[in-house]
Design a protein around this ligand. Structure first.
Ligand code: MTE
Length: 318
């Protein structure tokens, strides 16, 4: 697999803008504008064309989640992406800038006390954000380690008030071939969908991610909100979520719809279960020349192994 090592100076433009606005915001405050009530900051940021959630970053660090390896260089992570809506290569940063992430509405429906729609900027201020360091493992056998900021999915589930009869949670991405050229390729089962069991959704690990490296998440990583499930292969981590549904039946996921024999519903990381076309025994760590041994559940067995008791008959690792 081709892994691009970009020079350190090749900072993508998408990263530069929020940074400079962030710095401006600090000097603005220091110059007396601190008299402006904190709640006016989002409007101020929006007026400057900046991300209206900038004031929420960096969020409180949850130090319970530690790494066994260095954090991946931000520029590497930001320039080696999978986002098929914007192209099948890893080089989709420019194309992904066409994503219009404001206004952004999330529909919550299915088996809930009351279905509702909520604007992303409202949601992100209703539930607590925290930063966690997580390992990330793609099914293609590359890996990274990054600081994600997000809302624990568990907290979102409580907020959504699902009925006790709900068995699964289904996530759906936007559908708009006018901005996402990949969605004109009719052989893919668009829109991108993913799913978890309610037990998985109630685990401590899944995050609804809104930020990365202490800043709002840029388009190529799935702005404005995506899922991260660090014990599963990366394709479960659906980007740019517009709809969250609580359902009784196991949802058919995007990759399952495309190639069920290679990409299943569970997709838990396991070094001993090869992908039908390659080994999963080791992983290429982005930014290094090293291969590391793959860990069962990507190193999160302590937190998640219990979820799969009694499910041994399922294809848990595909
Ligand atoms: N979500 C959407 N909507 N579209 C995609 O193509 N690719 C998945 C996942 N989420 C994908 C997606 C895959 S295969 C991976 S490995 C991760 O996003 C990559 O996340 P990153 O680009 O932020 O590293």
């Amino acid at each position: 697999m081709l892994i691009k090592n970009r020079p350190g100076w090749a900072i993508p433009e998408s990263q530069a803008t929020p940074e400079s606005v962030f710095v401006n915001r600090r000097s603005f405050m220091a110059g007396g504008a601190g008299l402006i009530a904190g709640s006016a900051l989002p409007q101020l940021a929006a007026a400057q064309g900046a991300d209206p959630t900038l004031d929420l970053y960096p969020a409180r660090k949850n130090t319970a989640y530690t790494l066994d390896r260095p954090v991946t260089d931000e520029n590497l992570a930001a320039n080696y992406n999978n986002y098929y809506e914007f192209g099948t290569s890893k080089d989709i940063v420019a194309s992904s800038r066409r994503l219009v992430s404001r206004p952004w509405t999330i529909t919550v429906d299915g088996m809930v006390e009351k279905p509702f729609e909520i604007g992303f900027d409202d949601l992100v201020r209703k539930l607590p954000l925290e930063e966690r360091l997580y390992r990330f493992r793609c099914v293609e056998a590359w890996a990274m380690a990054v600081p994600w900021t997000g809302i624990p999915l568990k907290a979102f589930v409580d907020f959504a008030k699902p009925l006790s009869s709900a068995k699964y949670i289904r996530f759906e991405t936007f559908l708009n071939p006018r901005i996402a050229p990949g969605q004109s390729q009719r052989w893919y089962p668009w829109p991108y969908t993913e799913g978890l069991t309610m037990a998985e959704a109630g685990n401590e690990l899944p995050l609804l991610v809104t930020g990365i490296y202490g800043k709002p998440i840029p388009s190529q990583h799935g702005a404005p909100i995506r899922l991260i499930t660090p014990w599963k292969y990366g394709f479960k981590s659906v980007k740019s979520i517009t709809k969250i549904s609580f359902v009784a039946e196991r949802p058919k996921t995007f990759w399952e719809g495309l190639q069920a024999s290679e990409y299943g519903f569970w997709a838990n990381v396991n070094p001993k279960v090869p992908h039908p076309r390659w080994s999963q025994a080791s992983e290429q760590v982005l930014g290094t020349r090293e291969r590391q041994p793959t860990q069962l559940f990507n190193g999160y067995a302590e937190q998640v192994a219990g979820l799969y008791k009694g499910l041994e008959g399922e294809q848990l690792y595909l």
